[in-house]
Write a protein that binds this ligand. Structure first.
Ligand code: PA5
Length: 474
């Protein structure tokens, strides 16, 4: 099978002059990148990058067998699946569904849809959960055909806990003693608050594997269960991810797409281009750009390096959509500050095409007639690439041979491994998220959780009354 292709020619000085990287500099950096490869291998051997083992046995068989058993157990029983989770416990689920099922999936009639309708509730906006709940109760008044999949490694996350408590209550009110049958939990296999609830209430459950952090967990039961429920080929996803492992382990950066991606983006960050846009030319891949935003931001945005020195490392990931954002963001990308790297994602052969009909006798629009949409899409992407190069804006392209589960698996593995390389290049810990903790603790304090009272005072002191508001007496 051909692989995803990374084309980085538009990042080099022979295309974009001084704004690009000198090819000689790439050559000079080869040995340093090879050393990062060795360190990454050592980390893998020490179990510090457990996400990389997910597409391989024994982890793979253990998880896919358990998932398949549960999916078979649920077959024909549910028309609606509501996933409750946030961050790494939701973004992958959304990305897989949007990439690999049609945009109309939820609207397809029962019997034609390959699985239940899927809603992923990844916020505590009451309109979101409320509207989905109203819908579920309308199409399934007793909720017997509605399955809730709560995903939380810790079980402590306030957003997911609030959603879970609400949905559990709704199910108990509808189904009484059978409510537990309509809840499937994905959580830590041995510890944590959600694990205790699972054990006490007897939910069917799957593990968040040990050592796999939220944002690296999409190829574990976290992302794969809902995907399999909705008819996505999870074996192909894992095959694709597995096939990316060897290329991304090569010591030579010029044949290692993950190392090259990380090197380019980190080099540009150091040279005043810390804004990294990912711009698929395919609506189905747009949610994968959201998934990328999390893995790149939360993994690399760190105050201190691995020795504890203050470094304020990181880059700002941005998502955009071609062609839509050609009429919005591209003005900024070409003429605004030259502080970005634009990563295009395109698909050589989309699974479907449409031809623009002939027959409209308008001279100015004849060039479009009889032409396929994919030809137009490809021309628009190439034209934008050209326009960016003309403005000396670095950009690269990742090309999918076609859009299917295998290549989505490759794409996920590529960015996960690139994130690991980038962490080493920045000399930071890519696997923790200490800055997220303070906001979580302050929320606990504001919500009255025992043990966190001090944050109530701290928040009040920091955000005390102010007259810097407009209108002042409004
Ligand atoms: O990447 C991460 O670690 C986070 O985004 C977590 O996935 C998120 O905070 C949810 O955590 P949990 O699964 O414990 O509820």
């Amino acid at each position: 099978m051909p692989d995803l292709v990374l084309d980085y020619a538009n990042c080099l000085s022979d295309r974009i002059g001084d704004e690009g990287l000198d090819p000689a500099h790439l050559e000079a950096s080869l040995s340093a990148v090879a050393e990062h490869g060795e360190e990454l291998d050592a980390m893998r051997a020490a179990g510090e990058t457990a996400y990389r083992d997910l597409p391989f046995d024994p982890a793979r068989s253990a998880h896919t067998k358990a998932i398949r058993r549960l999916v078979d157990d649920c077959a024909g029983t549910y028309d609606t699946l509501i996933v409750l989770g946030i961050g790494g416990s939701a973004l992958g689920n959304i990305a897989l569904q949007n990439a690999l099922n049609p945009v109309t999936y939820n609207l397809l009639p029962d019997g034609i849809r390959p699985g239940p309708r899927l809603f992923v509730v990844d916020n505590v906006d009451p309109m979101l959960l409320g509207d989905i709940l109203d819908f579920a109760e309308t199409v399934d008044p007793g909720l017997s055909r509605t399955l809730v999949n709560v995903i939380s490694k810790s079980g402590e996350t306030a957003e997911t806990a609030a959603q879970f408590i609400t949905m559990r209550d709704v199910l108990i009110n509808s189904l009484g003693d059978n409510a537990h049958r309509n809840i499937i939990a994905i959580t830590d296999p041995s510890r944590g608050t959600m694990r205790s609830i699972v054990d006490a209430e007897g939910y069917r459950n799957l593990p968040v594997p040990d050592g796999v952090g939220g944002r690296f967990s999409v190829l574990s039961p976290v992302g794969l269960f809902s995907a399999a429920m909705c008819g996505i080929d999870i074996e192909a996803l894992l095959d694709g991810a597995a096939s990316m492992d060897a290329p991304c382990s090569r010591r030579d950066m010029t044949s290692n797409p993950a190392a090259m991606l990380a090197f380019l983006l980190i080099e540009f960050t150091k040279r005043g281009k810390p804004n990294h846009v990912l711009m698929p030319y395919c609506n189905a891949l747009y949610s994968l750009a959201d998934w990328y935003r999390q893995i790149w931001a939360e993994s690399l945005g760190k105050q201190v390096d691995r020795q504890g020195n203050e470094v304020f490392a990181g880059a700002t990931p941005i998502k955009a959509l071609g062609t839509t954002d050609q009429h919005s963001q591209v003005q900024l990308y070409r003429e605004g500050p030259n502080d970005k790297v634009i990563g295009f994602v395109d698909v050589r052969k989309l699974p479907r095409d449409l031809t623009i009909p002939t027959g409209l006798d308008v001279e100015n629009l004849k060039y479009l007639q009889g032409v396929s949409f994919t030809t137009l899409l490809a021309a628009e992407k190439r034209a934008t690439e050209y326009a960016l190069v003309e403005s000396k804006r670095p950009n690269f392209t990742i090309t999918f041979p076609t859009l299917d589960a295998y290549y989505v698996g490759q794409f996920i593995a590529l960015w996960e491994i690139a994130t690991s390389y980038a962490g080493l290049m920045l000399n930071i810990n890519a696997y923790d998220q200490p800055a997220v903790e303070l906001g979580k603790q302050a929320t606990f304090g504001l919500m009255g959780r025992p043990g966190y009272e001090e944050f109530n005072t701290k928040v009040a002191d920091t955000l005390g009354p102010s007259d810097r508001v407009i209108p002042r007496n409004g």
